[in-house]
Ligand binder design. Structure first.
Ligand SMILES: [Mg+2]
Length: 334
């Protein structure tokens, strides 16, 4: 197994729990399984995964990749595990002569998966224009970041968006910004604008708080909360209508597929999203979405947040959908 460091500059700086970053750094993982090459990507995002240094250290310790995946070598290094597990899955799918999404369990050909557009914080007019632009480009769903300003202003923003875009599916992502009372008021106000669900209205440590918020016309989605507590705890607490799956943070597309299937079996909806990774991990997330039946429009249109990429024209976005790669494995290894 070999690793190659890479660095991709971001088109706009990204605010994370660990501060603002202007590049995405990680490692390509290359291996060979009985003569078949496999390519993976480990792109840690502190706040969601281990640090870059810890990722590198975990990768360096790998002796036999397949054995390492079965043990707990990657207990605190989900991004490193993502890189190694993807390289292994890529090689296995390639050896089986099938695209990764078929290897992950899809039993029919899937040409594309629907994706959502994301609209950042802004004034009502600006928010409505960005949403209208996304609708014109064919996006079936628009996610609006909320919680950065007083609730009354976020409600005005949704009012403006709904007026401009009467039919699109709307979602909000609060990134844990609200207390319970604000969340309750938000859900009630957003219902008037037919918002499908709110992602992470309360902080990640709240599980029962989210359980209590469910039951109204606006669904509850967990993103940070899923990654903090795991799928078992989220299902046990009945804390979500929708889960947002980030394969890099969950330790690989195999684990993400398992969490997704269990959620679907329990009657939840699933959204797949990247952690603004390079083309190798983004393609794998597209394969994962293709493998999960009924996946909702997913956060896979993230190439635009990067100035450059590891590989171009991988799983491009066309008319609000990501084109699913149909070659063997994830993407060609070189
Ligand atoms: Mg989110």
């Amino acid at each position: 197994m070999r690793t190659e460091p890479f660095s991709l500059s971001l088109s706009t700086p990204l605010d994370t729990a660990a501060g603002t970053i202007d590049e995405r750094r990680g490692f390509l993982v290359r291996l060979d399984l009985d003569g078949t090459p496999g390519l993976g990507e480990a792109t840690p995002l502190p706040g969601w995964t281990e640090s870059l240094d810890d990722c590198e250290a975990a990768l360096r310790e790998v002796d036999d990749p397949e054995t390492a995946l079965d043990g707990d070598s990657f207990a605190d290094a989900p991004a490193a595990r993502h890189g190694v597990s993807l390289a292994v899955l890529d090689a296995r799918a390639r050896a089986a002569g099938e695209p990764l999404y078929r290897h992950l369990g899809a039993n029919t050909r899937i040409e594309e998966v629907p994706v959502n557009a994301t609209v950042g914080d802004g004034e009502p007019k600006e928010t409505a224009e960005a949403a209208a632009d996304a609708v014109n480009k064919g996006f079936p769903a628009v996610k609006v970041k909320v919680g950065a300003r007083p609730l009354a202003e976020d409600v005005e923003r949704f009012e403006a968006v709904r007026t401009r875009c009467p039919d699109v599916e709307l979602r909000a992502d609060a990134n844990g910004a609200w207390d319970r009372e604000t969340a309750e008021r938000a859900l009630s106000a957003f219902a008037d604008h037919d918002v499908a669900f709110v992602e992470q209205p309360l902080s990640a440590d709240e599980l029962s708080g989210h359980t209590d918020l469910r039951g109204g016309p606006v669904g509850i989605a967990l993103d940070e909360g899923l990654h903090e507590h795991g799928i078992d705890a989220v299902l046990d607490a009945a804390a979500a209508d929708v889960i947002v799956i980030k394969p890099m943070a969950l330790g690989g597309v195999d684990r993400a597929a398992d969490a997704g299937r269990r959620a679907i079996d329990a009657g939840l909806d699933v959204v797949v999203t990247t952690t603004i990774d390079g083309a190798v991990a983004r393609a794998a997330a597209v394969h994962l979405a293709a493998a999960l039946p009924g996946v909702r429009a997913s956060g896979l249109a993230t190439r635009r947040f990067l100035d450059e990429d590891i590989r171009e024209n991988v799983a491009p976005i066309r008319s609000g959908a990501a084109v699913v790669p149909q070659g063997k494995g994830n993407i060609p290894p070189s």
